[in-house]
Design a protein around this ligand. Sequence first.
Ligand code: 2U9
Length: 335
Amino acid sequence: MGKSIEQIKDDAFKSLETASDPESIKELSIRYLGRKGVVTQFLRNISALPPEERPGAGKKANELKKILEAAFEQALERLETEAAATGDRIDVSLPGRTASQGFLHPITQISGQISDIFTQMGFDIVEGPEVEQDFYNFESLNFPKDHPARDMQDTFFVSDNIVLRTHTSPIQVRVMEKRTPPVRVIAPGKVYRCDSDLTHTPMFHQVEGLLVDKNVSFGDLKGILTTFVHRMFDEDISLRFRPSFFPFTEPSAEVDILCVMCRGKGCRVCSHTGWLEVLGAGMVHPAVFENVGYDTDRYTGFAFGMGVERIAMLKYGIDDIRKFFENDFRFLRQF
Ligand code: 2U9
């Protein structure tokens, strides 16, 4: 037979003295009292002792078993009370959890930046309804009755003469009905068109502008838009005005800027033209002024419009407009 019961007891208490955490006490308990533990083995081997020693050894071993059970339990309790008293369970040196801060959607941010640039140039921000009368969305803006934009395929109709606005221009018609010139407003907001692909979504955001006063010229329009592009993108981005057509402006222009990615060298983003189309603009058509009762002999004005998603895509180098609407936090949190 191996160690005597006294030796086992001495060893166990020596080990217990050095055990300083609950884990090592649990390990000791297993080592001495577990199924294959030292005391358990001792009891099992008693039958190998000479018959006269068996009762004494059995008694001592059973006593030691009880003593050790009590000692391990006490040691565990002591450690737990000590830990609670010294506050060991809370590590106050750990870094605190930072509360995550909210932020504006990239489209809201860009729309705000656009608005800021124009308010700095004296424009007021105006808003209007997204569900609009045909009169404000089309009729007042000189769209002929058979204009393709009025087609069911391009416009969301709510009823015969109610539509989801296809641009923010009706806001400005409403403003002109209420105010007399000078008028200097920008109209940011959501617009709706039956359209969906890499660069079009059924809902997108526009910022349009309108300036009406005496002696307003196309030169004033060029000045305002040049300042806008320089502040929005970069001072060295040049602009190019190409003749175009809109029912509500005459003359009309599409406005390109030098490609912000390749600075005119030609790249994938600008389809190797060196230019990006970012704005539409023109002098307000006299028919529009007549519809709101402005005197076309006294007043002229210019108007312009842009898609906020397009500006954001160019500014951030994003190639798929749908990313703005998927609400994937990994995408949104980058801005
Ligand atoms: C009134 C009169 C005229 C606003 C204008 C454009 C040209 C234009 C497009 C840019 C990209 C729409 O989002 S887009 O697809 N806009 O090209 N918008 S002039 O003209 C107005 C507005 C209001 C009373």
